[in-house]
Design a protein around this ligand. Sequence first.
Ligand SMILES: Cc1cc2nc3c(=O)[nH]c(=O)nc-3n(C[C@H](O)[C@H](O)[C@H](O)COP(=O)(O)OP(=O)(O)OC[C@H]3O[C@@H](n4cnc5c(N)ncnc54)[C@H](O)[C@@H]3O)c2cc1C
Length: 462
Amino acid sequence: MVVGAGPNGLTAAARLAQEGWRVTVFEAADTIGGGSRTKPLADGAVYDVCSAVHPFGASSPAFEALDLGAHGLRWAHPPIPLAHPFDDGTAALFHRDIDATIAALGVDGARWRSTVGSLAADWTNVRHLAFGPVLRGAVEHPFAMAQFGLRAALPAVLLVRRFATREAKALLIGFAAHSGAPLSSPTTAGVGLALAAAAHDAGMPVAVGGSQAIVDALATVVLQAGGELVCDHGVNSLSELPEADAVLLDLTPRQYAQLADRPLPRWKYGVAATKLDLLLSGPMPWTASAIRSAGTVHLGGPAEEIALSEKATATGSVPDHPFVIVAQPVVADPSRAPKGHHVIWAYRHVPNGCDDEAAPNGIEIQFDRFAPGWRDLVVHRRITTAADYGAYNANYIGGDIAGGAMTPWQTIARPRLAFDQYRTRRPKVWLCSQSTPPGPGVHGMCGWHAAASVLRHAARAQ
Ligand SMILES: Cc1cc2nc3c(=O)[nH]c(=O)nc-3n(C[C@H](O)[C@H](O)[C@H](O)COP(=O)(O)OP(=O)(O)OC[C@H]3O[C@@H](n4cnc5c(N)ncnc54)[C@H](O)[C@@H]3O)c2cc1C
């Protein structure tokens, strides 16, 4: 039995169904998908409600093992994976090809190779560490741990001091800022390094047709293996569920406590998101023209400015010049919008529970700064506030899109310190959401490891 049809719940269901288990997935919303849904925007264009860009999905061992490509998932790669513009009209460019990135970074090229390239070159081994529980990874992959873990434990602001150029610093801090944690916090370097290494290895693709295609492929695996998906079925108590050998919850720790009628855990929820989706009548008029071919764009200026704005957000402010993550899916996948039109997907972090109506303005201020004239192209705009996200998905408590703050403790002890972090203290109940290792992202690895724990447990019980 699985509660929640997000990428992790569906991955757990797919693995168990393929192992011959009879699996039913209950989903509160009227469609499957959680943070991987695609919906109509306007005039035939579609937009990704939550996740859009998938370096982790494209390098996920779980998606590889489930062979999602054979179940309808296709990745589309933009010519340039990532761009990061500056006020002088230039931009740092991240290429999938490590040598092209190094060549563009000038005096920092060699340093980029030793810091990021070495991880990317050994990603097949390093990913087992990056995509799993830290403690078990340290025991099972000590060499990868020595290579990755020591650097990953650093605050991102400290790691970027290795570099001399604003370009290298900005690229790395931008990746690290996906964590939503203050960049002076230990382990934020790990998020940046893992994303950058995965992006060199697998690129930063979008899913053809939208991120919905990822969960649709997972659902196909579940159904083909005899599983069942039940939407419009929110679960409010574990006692509502039919008797089962295992219950896997694609939920956060607070929801588990509520369903199991247990005391609320000491679990800290993190920053929320506010998002702006646009349909444009043409390409975004970026001042740095190379950005027009980039799938992802990080806005916020130099690394120091991004570190300050993320710190302000973490301490409860809504800065006017936030770090903004932008995706331009049409650059890779023209099927998303009518011919000649572009879809812009952009979000910023805001404090948990933020009800500041001005929050989307910060995104627009950054657009004015790096792509003046964009307002003339707007055909349709859609805002999603932190409160909207809370209403959209019960997992987004206070609008937290990560299932819990990425503090150093909650990165390692996610959701608690144990050799098996997926099993709860209640018999036959497992957590399989992004509140377990390795944490946020559409990679399915939380569900994959939770299903493995169920299978190990069942084998021992026989
Ligand atoms: C704005 C935004 C941008 C993002 N961008 C990216 C990106 O570009 N790339 C990337 O890899 N990741 C991105 N993410 C993160 C990614 O979406 C999540 O990490 C991922 O979806 C987590 O998957 P999950 O299965 O753990 O949980 P979820 O996706 O949250 O799925 C949980 C499911 O459980 C259901 N549910 C909740 N409570 C109940 C209940 N009581 N009964 C039944 N069902 C219930 C929910 O409706 C939901 O469908 C983004 C997220 C957001 C919000």
